[in-house]
Design a protein around this ligand. Structure first.
Ligand SMILES: Cc1cc2nc3c(=O)[nH]c(=O)nc-3n(C[C@H](O)[C@H](O)[C@H](O)COP(=O)(O)OP(=O)(O)OC[C@H]3O[C@@H](n4cnc5c(N)ncnc54)[C@H](O)[C@@H]3O)c2cc1C
Length: 438
């Protein structure tokens, strides 16, 4: 009898865990992702702030499954699914919407940015979701210092060296802290006309506190730490406007050439592909066995799924995606083998952490709430443990030790994949190169 085919869409945290759980299943597994790498998103901000290189937080999916013979990796973009015909449609550079049939389907397609209905902000305030986003943010940040160094009018330095982060959740807080350390350490002695430590870093959120999901005490500790690092924290007002000149917050314009969006996320369009019930955010409502109602062969896991536990929706974090992916894999394995199903899915919350600058983190796990160096050590150990391969663990560990001891950063290259921006005439005519005419 032919083996069943299991299609997993997405090789992020959820998809990877599902595929690994199916290692010994007598089935044909197709793991489809639009990228050729698994990305460790929690460390994207470290690429954006020059601590790590892209290759230190991403691993080719193919190499992860080198020894898992029942799994074939396909690089392609899934554009839709037909749940009645039991197939997904896949496009790549050569072919469009090719149907591929499945017996079981796991959708683990994650989330993308949400600009809360202001998609026009995207042009001026890129988000942080992919390696390309992180490299683009790093380019933008480093380029701002280069432009300021070349600018002869000191009055313009302030605008060029104002960095605005919209969204004071874990990503915004971690990014603001890392940026503050970058200007104080690695960049401090490298410029002659500008003082990088004078950079203004503004973290904005309409919420009344930073790190929304954390307790009041930890949120306060994180805010105090940010302020100690010189970050201006502006809470209680969202951004009204973002354009080429900067942002407007509560009627006040803050000129800036570097605005980064670290606020909302929107789920992938999996709900639209399946035409099934979604929550208000657009995430697919799933049952306790992670399947879609009426379709015991379709599982949705991770950021693109919506499941309540103890009356509250599970958060969009890596642990949820991994535990759900593992569960979906196990359930399918049991079905294929004719074993009884596992008991309904239950998320085990191991805790939440966020780093604020060098050697300081906040950690919340059940009743345990700690902040400071101990929390930072725990954060570092946990993140190293969850990197995809041992070579990445070693490489990131050594880089962190080096950065901690010397203050030096791993990757401060401006790599422009779309042509040499700096070689073009300045987009803003007001910015005159200081060396013109000399
Ligand atoms: C900057 C940042 C920092 C974060 N920090 C933390 C943290 O500190 N701790 C924490 O627990 N969580 C953190 N998260 C959240 C965490 O990364 C997500 O919850 C987790 O990645 C969700 O896993 P997933 O498998 O659902 O989706 P993802 O890991 O996003 O994977 C989705 C995969 O699907 C692929 N894909 C999407 N659409 C398609 C398509 N149409 N066709 C083919 N492939 C497709 C993508 O390429 C991707 O590989 C962070 C997220 C970000 C962006």
């Amino acid at each position: 009898m032919a083996q069943p085919r299991i299609i997993i869409v997405g090789a992020g945290f959820g998809g990877l865990a599902a595929a690994k759980a199916l290692k010994n299943t007598p089935a044909e597994i197709l793991l489809i992702d639009r990228a050729n790498h698994h990305l460790f998103q929690p460390l994207l901000y470290q690429v954006a702030t020059s601590v790590l290189t892209p290759s230190q937080i991403a691993t080719p999916i193919r190499s992860i499954f080198r020894n898992q013979k029942n799994t074939t990796v396909v690089m392609g973009e899934v554009t839709g699914a037909d749940k009645d015909q039991k197939c997904v449609f896949v496009s790549d550079a050569d072919r469009q919407n090719v149907p591929i049939a499945y017996d079981y389907l796991i959708l683990a397609t994650g989330a993308s940015h949400s600009y809360f209905g202001h998609n026009e902000f995207a042009e001026y305030a890129p988000g942080l979701k992919s390696l390309a986003d992180a490299e683009a943010a790093r380019n933008k940040i480093l380029q701002a210092f280069e432009l300021a160094e070349a600018e002869e009018d000191p009055a313009r330095h302030r605008d060029l060296l104002t960095f605005i982060l919209v969204g004071a959740g874990p990503t915004g807080v971690e990014m603001a802290g890392a940026l503050a350390i970058l200007v104080r350490t690695a960049l401090k002695s490298d410029f002659r006309r500008i003082d990088p430590t004078s950079a203004r870093i503004v973290l904005v959120d309409m919420a009344p506190k930073v790190l929304g999901p954390f307790s009041e005490n930890l949120s306060k500790a994180a805010k105090q730490r940010l302020e100690k690092l010189g970050v201006e924290v502006r809470l209680g007002h969202g951004v009204d406007q973002i354009d080429a000149e900067g942002v407007v917050i509560a009627g006040e314009r803050i000129p800036s050439k570097t605005v980064i969006w670290t606020a909302g996320v929107a789920p992938s369009p999996a709900g639209r592909w399946l035409s099934v019930e979604t929550d208000r955010a657009g995430r697919v409502r799933i049952q306790k066995d992670l399947t879609v109602p009426g379709h015991p062969e379709i599982f949705v896991v991770g950021d693109t799924a919506s499941l309540d536990q103890n009356g509250k929706p599970l958060p969009g974090v890596a642990q949820v995606a991994m535990q759900q992916g593992r569960y979906a894999g196990k359930l399918i394995h049991n079905r294929v083998e004719g074993n009884p199903p596992p008991s309904p899915f239950s998320y085990f919350d191991k805790g939440t952490m966020a780093v604020v600058g060098k050697g300081f983190a906040v950690l919340q796990s059940g009743k345990v709430q700690i902040s400071g160096f101990g929390a930072w050590l725990t954060w570092a150990a946990v993140h190293l443990q969850f990197l995809a391969t041992s070579s990445l663990r070693l490489s990131v560990f050594l880089q962190w030790v080096w950065t901690f001891v010397t203050g030096q950063r791993g990757d401060r290259l401006i790599v422009n994949h779309h042509g040499a921006e700096l070689a073009k005439p300045a987009a803003d005519a007001a910015i005159k190169p200081a060396f013109a005419g000399r």
